[in-house]
Structure formats: structure tokens, C-alpha cells
Design a binder for this molecule. Sequence first.
Ligand SMILES: *Cc1c(COP(=O)(O)O)cnc(C)c1O
Length: 368
Amino acid sequence: MRAMDMPIIDHRGPEFQKLGKRVLEKIKTIFKTRDPVFIFPSSGTGAWEAALANLFAPGDAILMYETGQFATLWKNMAQKIGLRPEFMTSDWRGGINAAAIEQRLREDKEHRLKAVCVVHNETSTGATSRIDEVRGAIDAAGHPALLLVDTVSGLGCADYRHDEWGVDVSVSGSQKGLMLPPGISFNAVSEKALKSARASDTPKLYWSWEEMLPLNANGFFAYTPATGLLYGLDVVIDMMHEEGLDHVFARHQRHAEATRRAVAAWGLETVCLEQRCHSPVLTAALMPQGHSADQFRRIVLEHFDMSLGMGLGRLADKAFRIGHLGDINDLTLLGALSGVEMGLALSGVPAGKGGVGAAMDYLRETSV
Ligand SMILES: *Cc1c(COP(=O)(O)O)cnc(C)c1O
């Protein structure tokens, strides 16, 4: 916050150029890539659209995977801009089934499907998928499809490896794991994707990688950047490296495990049922039948001034979400879990009382 409390400078001047060059280079370390990373003044939704607009033309078929509400929204966007997304459906209770993707790609003998689009961390359900397995599925099928990954809420919380996993476009935003206010978003773009984009004649300007690339090379942008947020990005990347990315990821895992122990002690079910896909970013819990998640969330907000994530899409009023991402520690997490435990009791939800205790036990046992 202090880093962003700065006067805005001339975004065509030499002082900005240094900042621009620095952040465009440093952000690559977070995506674990050598590829260019484009920064847009937009929310994550803009970066979704940028990825699709640079690569595809109306009528193009792409394969998308329904991990939950965010995957559904991206699919709806693809439809609205005239693409033909084929949606592999799921029950929202786990991560991506890479074998199913491999099978579908094997059937696509004429290579009609131009891309596979998946969500790394599905924020509506609390499921994190194995992107290396999706890459493996595309390779095993010998299919030339591009791999597009939404890591809007995964980046900076769960390990992410754009280069090693052979991702063609990684989409992210500033306001989740990167701990910044909303307002900037990212596309990390492979050489293969840049080449596809150069061959595309779909009309676009604001989102165009081509317009941005030569200016970015000198630290500048094609139009007014969100300078204030770039100051913040500069510092937040340093903060993450100061802690160490592996430490950041382990901290998220540990807080996620403590949260799941609390949820289990309350006798609630997590939305994600697949053990290996539990998200380090957030935990979504189902309310017992006949109890309103939104009513419970309202009580928690009124009594304790704490906002829990709402159930989205088909989970509306059925689930609530506990975020455990970003700048939190053991005691802030326990504060949040205490609010949930007291809120459940105040709402008359039949739930066990030992959730905070179970989380405390785990945090104490694993404290260093
Ligand atoms: C938040 C989020 C988005 C959308 O980002 P906005 O910044 O709200 O436009 C997309 N995908 C996932 C997985 C998200 O968590």
C-alpha cells in the first residue's frame, strides 16, 4: 500500500521506462517463464478475452473443461465472442480429468480443436488441477492444440510453471495471490502462441499482443498503463522472493490443511472431494441441507465484520468459501476460522464446535 502511494509519472518518460522494464522482467519469475508477459489495465476477465482475441477467429473450435463457475464463465465468453467452445462437463467436485482430455483429442483426428483451455485453481470450488497432466494429455494424443491456462487465483499461491508445463498462454490478475488491488491482468505468451497470433486477422486493438510487444521491449506500453499498480507489483514481487516462492506455496498448503481440519471438525463437507486437488488458495464448504449459506454469511458479516466468499453458480446459497491466500499468518487464519465457528452457532446450523481447536492443534504441531 505504501509503495503505491506515489505520484503518477509521465508514462512516456525515462523514469517510467525503468519501472516498466523492471516489472515486465520481474513478473516472469512469478510465472516461471522466459516468455513475454503482457500487462493489461483490466481485471482477470480482460486477460481471458485478450487470450481468446489474439489467437482465435469466430467459428474456431476450442476444448474447455468445466471445473466450476470460472471455467463456465470463460466458456460463456468464448461463445459470446463467436468461438465454438466444446465444454467437457463435470460435477464440480474435483479437478481436471486429463485422461478424458487425452481421449477427446485422440478422437479429433482432423485437429479441429485449436486449443485446450483450463482453469488451474477453480475459485468457485476450491480445486487445483494438475496442469502438467493436461500438458501430458495433449502430448500423448500428439495433438497440436494450444494450451491456455487461467491461473488468476492460482498464481502466487500454488506452484506454477509456465515454461516447464509447456503452457502457451497463462492468464492471471493482480488481486488474488499477488495481493494487489484489482486493476491489472496478465498474459504470459509462448513463442508458438505469438506465432499463431501473428497469423490471426481477428479485429482487436486494446488486447493486441502485437501492438504491445515492440513498446514493451523498451519498458513502455501501447496506451496509459495502471502506473500506481505497477509500483505495487514491483514491490510485491520482491516481497514474494524475499519470503521465497517455495515458502509462500508451503505456507498456503499448511493454512489450507488447517482450514480443512476445521471444516471436518464442524462436520461439513468440502466441495472438492478429490484429495490431491484440494486448493491451497481457498476452501469451499457445503452447508447442511436446509440451511442457507447466504443467511449464515450475512450473520458473520454483521457480527464479526468478516466477508466469506459466496457460493457461485450452481453452488449459490449452498456453499461458502474461506479464503486463505496472500498476506495471512496462523493467527489471522485462526481469527477467520473463529468467525466461521461462532457464525455457524449463531445461525443455528448443526455443526461441531471443535473446528478452531483442530486447526490450532495442526498449526501448533507444524509450527517452526
Ligand atoms: C477472479 C477470477 C477470474 C476473474 O477475474 P476478474 O478479475 O473478476 O475479472 C477468473 N478466473 C478465476 C479462476 C478467478 O478466480
